[in-house]
Design a protein. Structure first.
Length: 520
């Protein structure tokens, strides 16, 4: 895009894509309250005005998933935590099409289709709050582009190889699933991309020599992954058949792998790409993107534009999309005790790569396709902005509960109704973390329990029922006496606490569908 107007239009489309993140106080992401609480703990680990020094320690070991926590914690020195988090999410949303544009440019293809990836920054993984995984996707696409540049750009091959090494390590620091995609995608690019020296190369050594920088570029990430995997897999498995968050058997045993049937994966593929709102309005942008991609495909078939790519090289981007799609259909849904919600996350990556694989069209028509792609971004921004604001009004019930929460609280979440009238996801599940973060306290459930967290509990782990999804398993005698605050949603507190509500406990606040019960 050499034209200034086209660049300005592209930038405006990116701004529209991130707009929904800034028009609402509360974002509809299931795990976000837990993430923000963990970042708050990490940032204020030595703050005596909180319970954090009493309960938490830094884990001080390398593990994927650290990138998001430490980066937002660093931004928190300059900005309020929620602003820092929005800035990070904005970089992710804008980074998905930008990194795809870089990959397209490295492949000598027009970059207008990269805007079609904007809607796939949202959808299922975003709504669940899988922030580390989402953030790893632009980095994975950037790795692919750097990989191709290292192969084909002879004058700066070493520079691109160095950036590739940094980027691949960054992918692993954010999420191992994107790294696994690259374990298949980068070899595909290696074998389908010709280097300039191939024209005069004689023998395998001559062909290998120009490819050594790209192999050196991936080496640090591979070594780091192997070291982490050896440590992670060398830990004794916590096998507890039937229990949530525990392994049900050896790592790759039949009882520990949960697959979805092929038909279910096929049925859910298009649903998970845009499934935020009950009214389905977020699918409008998805339909618009599909229409533009089909228009580009139709124009390419009519005009049959040929580029400088070879017969195999022209399918490099499509091959990456098919790899991601194969991971969606072939991988298990859960590897219990290790990785959850595994295969479904690849749907967004596959969709972004496939829509960007539109065959070449005449340059004179690409501007019209760019404008149509920007119109999709406008629709996305308006629809998501309206929906996010509607959810934020609903989630305002947290504000009154926070005001009634004492400093340094111990908050038990008893969320019988996790749902929203606006959003299809259980976005109220982790409401206790909202209260705990606001007042420097702890909750009955925290990601500090997981091995990929940057934090761990020091000595005392707050007692709780086996799964935060099943508050009916709560037992006051063995668990409740530890807590001085109880966030109840979906049932009246009297049904849980009975006569205790008139003696040792009392309702401190009632907002919307939620009650805050405090110890007298």
């Amino acid at each position: 895009m050499s034209d200034r107007i086209d660049r300005a239009l592209y930038a405006a489309a990116l701004l529209l894509g991130v707009l929904p993140l800034w028009v609402a106080r509360q974002l509809p992401m299931v795990d976000l309250p837990q993430h923000l609480h963990l970042i708050s703990v990490l940032h204020r680990l030595d703050d005596p005005t909180t319970l954090y020094p009493q309960f938490f320690d830094a884990r001080n070991t390398f593990t994927p998933y650290l990138g998001y926590y430490y980066l937002v914690s660093a931004l928190n020195w300059l900005l309020p935590l929620e602003t820092a988090n929005r800035l990070f999410l904005s970089a992710y949303v804008a980074g998905l099409p930008l990194s795809l544009a870089f990959l397209l440019r490295a492949l000598d293809r027009p970059v207008w289709p990269s805007l079609l990836a904007l809607p796939f920054a949202y959808g299922d993984s975003f709504a669940w709050g899988f922030v580390n995984y989402c953030a790893s996707l632009p980095l994975a696409l950037l790795c692919c582009g750097l990989f191709v540049r290292t192969l084909t750009h002879v004058p700066r091959r070493r520079m691109w190889g160095a950036w590739l090494a940094v980027c691949l390590v960054a992918v692993l620091i954010f999420h191992v699933q994107a790294f696994f995609f690259l374990a298949l995608g980068l070899p595909w690019l290696l074998f389908t991309t010709r280097v300039p020296e191939d024209a005069e190369a004689r023998g395998w050594r001559a062909r290998l020599r120009p490819r050594l920088p790209v192999l050196a570029g991936v080496a640090p990430g591979v070594v780091l992954f192997l070291g982490w995997a050896a440590l992670r897999l060398g830990e004794p498995a916590d096998i507890a058949p039937g229990q949530p968050w525990k392994a049900w058997g050896p790592l790759l045993s039949e009882q520990n792998l949960a697959f979805k049937p092929f038909a279910q994966n096929r049925e859910e593929l298009f649903q998970v790409l845009a499934n935020l709102f009950h009214d389905g309005s977020d699918r409008w942008a998805l339909y618009a993107v599909g229409a533009v991609a089909l228009a580009g495909l139709g124009l390419s078939l009519v005009f049959r534009v040929t580029g400088s790519e070879g017969a195999v090289a022209r399918f490099r981007l499509l091959g990456l999309g098919l790899i991601a799609l194969a991971l969606y259909f072939l991988l298990p849904f859960d590897i219990r005790g290790y990785i959850y919600y595994l295969n479904t996350r690849y749907a967004h990556l596959a969709a972004a790569l496939l829509v960007a694989s539109v065959p070449l069209t005449p340059p004179a028509l690409q501007r019209y396709l760019l404008w149509a792609s920007a119109a999709c971004a406008l629709m996305l921004g308006l629809v998501l902005g309206r929906g996010f604001r509607a959810f934020s009004r609903e989630a305002a019930e947290w504000d009154g509960l926070v005001a009634a929460t004492a400093p340094k609280p111990r908050v038990m979440g008893l969320i019988y109704d996790t749902g929203s009238r606006v959003v299809r996801f259980p976005v109220f599940l982790h409401g206790a973390a909202v209260l705990a973060r606001a007042r420097g306290g702890v909750t009955n459930f925290s990601f500090a329990l997981t091995p990929h967290s940057p934090l761990r509990y020091r000595d005392m782990v707050p007692p709780t029922f086996p799964s935060e999804w099943r508050p009916g398993d709560f037992d006051y005698a063995s668990q409740g006496t530890f807590y001085d605050h109880f966030l109840v949603r979906g049932v009246h507190p009297s049904r849980i606490f009975g006569p205790r509500l008139q003696s040792e406990l009392a309702v401190a606040a009632h907002e919307g569908d939620s009650w805050l019960v405090r110890r007298r």
